[in-house]
Design a protein around this ligand. Structure first.
Ligand SMILES: Cc1ncc(COP(=O)(O)O)c(C=O)c1O
Length: 404
């Protein structure tokens, strides 16, 4: 039985998101709370007519699963896709094997040779590599705008601008932008809009409802929440469906049913984890803001600051990722601060249950034009996990003593 057609599913759809993600994707047929992991390359049918029926059904309703070949997914990937479509309140969600795959699919679906893309200057660095460098060989130019100045974005639009790619907040420096302003300006100028919403997820903000054409989330982070799987999602509105669908067909980007299962399992508790990440991160941000060597905590905690106001305007909460600007002439002592942390892991990615710390080297930030990092300033990215916040603060307190 198609779970989506069950009377109970219709009921779950009317509940609050917190309830919906707990109850959806039950498998009544197999009497299981969770859907089975269906692994398949070949999808088999009763007869040839059934193949045609399935294909026609998909053409009529592209939001339904297209189970005619494993690359299109199986009932497991579709269960995740359906949850995300409800969460995003969008026309369709595409699942990709990594978050960056979703960035790639979004950008490549929209641009053509001769086009220009406007990109947030503090964008995730691989997105910068894709737009600034890789797309050059297709004669596609990227121009980077200052995320703190809407006028800078406005002034950089030309007749060739096809897409505005927003990352909100920006990586490492976490600037918040006035999203409605960007969307309405883009609409007036017939420019497509995409946003990387990995920091917030649709639990905290729904970009498609705000008017964005596309919204990307790295499922590797908060959806999965347990640092053991990679995946991505691209949510779109109906306007860009005709562009994304054929691109998706030729990229071969596909999330495996096993990974879809793990992401689906993680998503059941997304709300509980996000709420706790916010509580913990807020406590830590307030503590850090009082430390002598800390120039700025890049996190929405300080009422009346421009970033806080913009965050408050659009988000119903905050996640656990923040930036820390430290002032010190002694770079090694800043590194030894990080090395002295006991509860923080040192490594890439974030969004899992655990705390992480990274020193952002100048090379990574070097391509930027608007971060304005002074010579004796350093940026540290902290992911505040679900540990006891007092333990996190105590750990930071002892390690901060290393900074000279
Ligand atoms: C803001 C942002 N977007 C996209 C990605 C890419 O996601 P993934 O690592 O799943 O490819 C990352 C990864 O760190 C990220 O931080």
């Amino acid at each position: 039985m198609d779970i989506a057609l069950s009377i109970k599913y219709q009921y779950y759809m009317k509940t609050n998101l917190r309830t919906f993600i707990k109850h959806t994707a039950k498998d009544f047929h197999n009497q299981s709370v969770n859907p089975p992991v269906v692994r398949a390359s070949t999808i088999i049918f009763k007869n040839l007519q059934e193949i045609e029926k399935t294909q026609k059904k998909y053409l009529k309703n592209p939001r339904s699963g297209n189970f005619d070949y494993g690359r299109q997914g199986t009932s497991t990937t579709h269960a995740l896709q359906r949850i995300l479509q409800e969460m995003e309140e969008c026309y369709k969600v595409y699942l990709t094997p990594t978050g960056f795959g979703a960035v790639f699919l979004a950008v490549l679906s929209l641009v053509e040779p001769g086009d220009e893309i406007l990109v947030t200057d503090s964008v995730y660095s691989p997105t910068r590599l894709l737009t600034q460098d890789y797309l050059k060989k297709f004669n596609i130019k990227s121009i980077f705008y200052d995320p703190t100045k809407f006028n800078d974005l406005k002034n950089k639009v030309t007749k060739k601008t096809k897409l505005i790619f927003v990352e909100n907040p920006g990586s490492n420096t976490f600037e918040f932008q006035d999203l409605k302003k960007i969307v309405s300006f883009a609409k007036k100028n017939k420019i497509y809009t995409a946003i990387d919403n990995t920091w917030g997820t649709p639990y905290l903000i729904k970009p498609i409802k705000l008017g964005f054409d596309m919204s990307i989330v790295s499922a590797t982070k908060y959806y999965s929440g347990h640092s053991d799987v990679m995946g991505g999602s691209l949510a779109i509105n109906k306007r860009v469906f005709k562009l994304v669908e054929p691109t998706n067909r030729v990229t071969g980007l596909r999330l495996s049913p096993d990974d879809a299962y793990f992401i689906l399992r993680g998503i059941r508790t997304l709300d509980v984890r996000m709420d706790k990440h916010h509580i913990n991160a807020l406590k830590v941000a307030k503590f850090l803001s009082k430390q002598k060597k800390v120039v700025r905590v890049c996190y929405p905690y300080k009422k009346n600051s421009p970033n806080y106001k913009l965050w408050k305007k659009y988000y119903s909460g905050a996640s656990g990722l923040m930036g820390l600007r430290i002032k010190s002439k002694n770079k090694n002592s800043v590194k030894s601060f990080i090395n002295s942390l006991n509860l923080f892991g040192y490594g890439y990615s974030w969004g899992g249950f655990e705390s992480l710390a990274l020193y952002q080297n100048q090379k990574q930030l070097g391509a930027r034009s608007y971060t304005n990092l002074k010579k004796d300033e350093h940026i540290i990215r902290l992911h505040i996990g679900l540990e006891d916040p007092n333990d996190i603060i105590n750990d930071l307190k002892q390690a901060l003593k290393k900074i000279k």
